[in-house]
Each structure stands twice: as C-alpha cells, then as structure tokens.
Design a protein around this ligand. Structure first.
Ligand SMILES: C[S@@+](CC[C@H](N)C(=O)[O-])C[C@H]1O[C@@H](n2cnc3c(N)ncnc32)[C@H](O)[C@@H]1O
Length: 289
C-alpha cells in the first residue's frame, strides 16, 4: 500500500534487521514487519539524536539502556492524528453505518491504533450524539503505552481545537464541540464521562491475538506503516474479530483489496474505505503461520 522507492545498501539492511531482532528478543516489541523505507528514515533520525555512527552502535545502546528504547518508541511509532480526521469518514459512519448499528442491542467497537485518543473521542461523541453510547463498549488499543496514557487523559492543546471543531461540524456534529470539553491553561480537557464506556489496553497488531467480538473496527492510518505480510496479519485479526455483517473502517490511503482477506469483505463505502464483513470464512488462522 505504500510506495517504497528508497534503496539502502546491504550493510544498512543487515544492521536494521539486527536492531529490530534485538528489540524483539530483548523488549518483545515486534517491528520486523514494518515498511522498510520509513523504518530506515526514522531510525536514522534516532541514531543521530543519540550520537551514534551506525545502527549497530544504536543497537548496543538500546540493549543496555531501557530509557533509550523508550525514546526509540517515539521514533518507531507515529501518533499524528486529529479529532474527526477526514470528516467525510465520520459522516459516512454517522449516516450509513449507524442505522445498521442501531439494530444491535449491545455494541462493541475496536479502535486499533488509537494513538493519543483523538479517534476514540470522535467516535464516543458521535455515538453519544446518535444515542448509541450507553449500549457500547469501546476497546481502544495501541502498541505505545505513552500514547495510551495520553488517550486516557483526553487533554489536547487549545490550538488544535479550531481544527477539531471544524472537522466535527463537517462530520455532521449535532452539538457544539465545546459541549464536550473544558478549557483550562491553554488546553482542552475532554469530559471524562466520554470514557465511561472505554477500555484502554496495550495491544500489538504484530504479535497479539483477537480479544473480542465486535460490530465495528476502526483502524485508520496504522496499516500504512506495515509491510504486506503484516497488513495481512492485522486484516486477519479484524476479520476474526468482526461479527458477520460487521464494519471495518480504514484510513484514506489504505485498502484491503490486495490482501489475502479481500474476499471476506464487501465494499460498503469504497470512497471512505468502509468495508463490511461478509459470510466468507476466513482462511482459518492463516495470520498465525
Ligand atoms: C498515525 S497513528 C493513527 C492514529 C489514528 N488512528 C488516526 O487515524 O488518526 C498510528 C498509530 O498506530 C500505532 N501502532 C503502530 N504499530 C502498531 C501495532 N503493531 N499495533 C497497534 N498499534 C500500532 C502507533 O503507536 C500510532 O499510535
């Protein structure tokens, strides 16, 4: 799904492999299936920040110092997000998906790769506005513990709020966004009642398994960081987790059409990358192979 036109020498490739293997074996975080070009770029910035001449030197540092690894997590995972990011996606959920969700007496939603919580608060607000909040549990997962902490806090810089407000309006918002937060010291503190129905948990699409049966998976702008095989693994998890007829929303630049699970999903809103789990059986546990 992502064009990779950079070329790295055999030595750089080897050093990157060894660093990722070391991180996996020592810290049990698996970045081995991430797309190579962006790993090279980001780890090169980390290498410079830590004053290392090579990735091998960085590896030595990372293995010896957990604090360096914690810092590296900030390079390996990217938390760029917005509330109601791509408002047309949220409008499509509101206008086209919600009518189907209403037919379920109880609902579970999995926000996979929730970053600092912007996507979760968008969905929590949308579900409240549509009267579905009380029957829903939101599972908010991410590989990054630091991101999950921020998601649970629900505090965002005030300067981001005009963008969030405009996105909310374009997404068909029924109230004013300011109804959902309190302004304090240059920040917006989102109403903690929005989190009443949320569970925040660390979960990696690269190494963990399915944990719930859900009616909606929203996983936006996460697959773009993965190579094809890892994208397949994640899509297999989404397929296993979704009830038949359940919905999957991906990011604007993502698709499942080239994956081995393509047949298990029908286009629901092709433009907004919303798919629907069909009756097709998943090739059982292929992703675990
Ligand atoms: C660019 S953010 C996407 C945020 C939000 N979903 C959105 O679309 O605005 C990507 C998120 O994916 C998370 N991530 C990266 N690798 C992951 C993995 N293996 N499992 C779960 N989350 C992962 C990152 O930590 C980051 O928070």
């Amino acid at each position: 799904m992502m064009a990779e036109n950079e070329h790295f020498g055999a030595r750089e490739e080897l050093e990157l492999d060894l660093l990722l293997e070391a991180i996996f074996r020592h810290y049990h975080y698996d970045f081995r299936g991430y797309s190579r070009g962006s790993l090279h770029r980001r780890l090169d910035r980390a290498r410079l920040r830590h004053g290392c001449e090579s990735l091998s030197q960085l590896q030595h540092l990372v293995l010896g110092q957990p604090a360096v690894f914690a810092d590296l997590m900030g390079f390996l995972t990217i938390q760029v997000s917005e509330m109601f990011r791509d408002p047309a996606y949220f409008r499509a959920l509101r206008e086209q998906v919600v009518p189907h969700l209403r037919t379920y007496p109880s609902l579970k939603v999995w926000i996979a790769g929730c970053a600092n919580g912007e996507e979760f608060y968008s969905l929590a607000i949308l579900f409240r506005e549509e009267g579905l909040e009380d029957r829903t549990i939101f599972y908010c997962t991410d590989i990054s513990p630091a991101a999950l902490e921020k998601a649970e806090a629900g505090i965002y810089d005030a300067e981001r709020i005009p963008q969030f407000t405009e996105n909310h309006r374009l997404a068909g918002g029924k109230a004013s966004l300011s109804d959902y937060y309190t302004a304090a010291y240059g920040a917006a503190v989102f109403d903690k009642t929005l989190r009443r129905r949320a569970v925040f948990a660390q979960h990696s699409l690269a190494s963990d398994e399915v944990f719930a049966e859900v009616q909606l998976v929203s996983s936006r702008n996460v697959l773009i960081y993965f190579d094809r095989e890892l994208q397949d693994r994640a899509l297999g998890l989404f397929g296993e987790s979704l009830v038949r007829g359940g919905f999957l929303g991906l990011g604007a630049k993502e698709t499942l059409r080239f994956s081995r699970y393509s047949d298990a999903f029908a286009d629901f809103d092709g433009g907004e990358k919303i798919y629907r789990r069909n009756l097709q059986k998943l090739k059982a546990l292929d992703h675990a192979a």
